[in-house]
Design a binder for this molecule. Sequence first.
Ligand SMILES: Cc1cc2nc3c(=O)[nH]c(=O)nc-3n(C[C@H](O)[C@H](O)[C@H](O)COP(=O)(O)O)c2cc1C
Length: 332
Amino acid sequence: MDLTTKYLGLTLPHPVVPSASQPLSKDLASLKRLEDNGAAAVILHSLFEEQIRLEADSLEHFLEQGSQSFAEALTYFPAPESYMHGPEEYLELVRQAKEVLSIPVIGSLNGISTGGWTEYARKIEQAGADAIELNIYYVATNPKLSSADVEQVYVDVLREVKSRVKIPVSVKMGPYVTALVHFAKRLEAAGADGLSLFNRFYQPDIDIEALEVAHELHLSTSAEMLLPLRWMAILRPHLTISLGATTGVHTPADALKLLMAGADVVHLCAAILKNGAPRIKEVRDGIAAWLTSHEYDSLNQARGSMSQASCPEPGAFERANYMKVVHSYRRR
Ligand SMILES: Cc1cc2nc3c(=O)[nH]c(=O)nc-3n(C[C@H](O)[C@H](O)[C@H](O)COP(=O)(O)O)c2cc1C
């Protein structure tokens, strides 16, 4: 089965790409394991703006300026020594990954402001990365900032990163945007070569005995894939750039649904953490087996066939479906 996939200007043999996470890319051996188990490309874990700023000794600068909010924010930030890779080690990982692996290597930057730290985009490019995923993980809690202000932040960071590199840049973004199609088109116009749908925001819990905020990372299940699925189907007809799907991709069926909705690639993280790297091959082979048994000639024939522009019931992705779903509920 021909699973050939174009993503961020790269030609990949199939659409299964492990997503950014420290456990999956912590060292060369882990990356090699992903390649040996069939990964079409790898995305390294993120290098964070805060890490770069700390390294650049800007802490002192910020404190001198009396920025209480920055000092306070740092108390929630893990100590630099708990990171496996400081900025220089991160670049070294990119270099070594490019030397050792034969699949494309995508670097990841995670930040929410413009400034000198975005120079690391260029350094990641110089270290040999084939593309950059820019994760903008912004939780809007400031009542003075409107949605337009927050959207401008995304556009500004993207433009700055784009101005520093020639390699493709995709934006990994959250789903909580009022007018998502309009905003996605704005990112496309600002130069994004792709979008990754969606950032999975980790929700703090409360420990009612200790009266503390609890931070426990719960891995996703397939049910969470429905959020990117809906928006993939809605966005695909409006965008020509690459689209990656992340969150809740665990099985070949999850992957097929997202590809039919219009995804170019699917990203696996929790599925590999739970089941090991062989899950990559299982998902790839499961996609191929399903396409063969349903008499498709290639993945491209199926890709996008259930997007809002192509599916038999386009309204199903919109409000009309809400009434239908609530009225269809029957107590089991
Ligand atoms: C332990 C862990 C570490 C992660 N680290 C990163 C990261 O460094 N950068 C990033 O963009 N996403 C990171 N993610 C998010 C994943 O790339 C992915 O988008 C998210 O887990 C949803 O996909 P999933 O349902 O397949 O897990 C991390 C996720 C996990 C579970």
